[in-house]
Design a protein around this ligand. Structure first.
Ligand SMILES: [Zn+2]
Length: 116
């Protein structure tokens, strides 16, 4: 990251308005320093595809993911975006495990009550 691409890092756009405001800044100023190198890019941990940009000054990569339905999008250096998506995926797995455990407990309770 250099002084040209010292952008605000956004892990998620809290609302439609927050994103619209950001996108306005992006199309007005950020884009002057960035070069679009790949649209709808997916990395190996991707939850959602993003547009990949390169800083014209220092060649650092930036990932811009648009919010869509429950997905809140992000605008981050690509390295951070990959880490962030990995973390989100781990979070989903934990949630899935907790859900499964609760289901098993309920099933055991039902089976036990039937055997009485
Ligand atoms: Zn830069």
């Amino acid at each position: 990251m250099c002084n040209k691409c010292n952008f605000r890092q956004v892990y998620k756009f809290e609302s439609e308005t927050a994103w619209k405001n950001f996108d306005l800044d992006f199309t007005k100023t950020y884009i002057n320093e960035l070069l679009l190198i790949k649209q709808n890019h997916l990395n190996s941990n991707s939850i959602s595809s993003y547009d990949l940009y390169k800083c014209k000054n220092c060649d650092d990569l930036w990932a811009y993911s648009y919010p869509e339905n429950a997905w809140r999008g992000f605008f981050l250096p690509e390295k951070l975006a990959i880490e962030y998506e990995k973390k989100l995926k781990r979070g989903d797995r934990v949630k899935g495990f907790v859900g499964l455990t609760i289901l098993i407990v309920i099933l055991i309770a039902i089976v036990k009550s039937c055997m009485k």
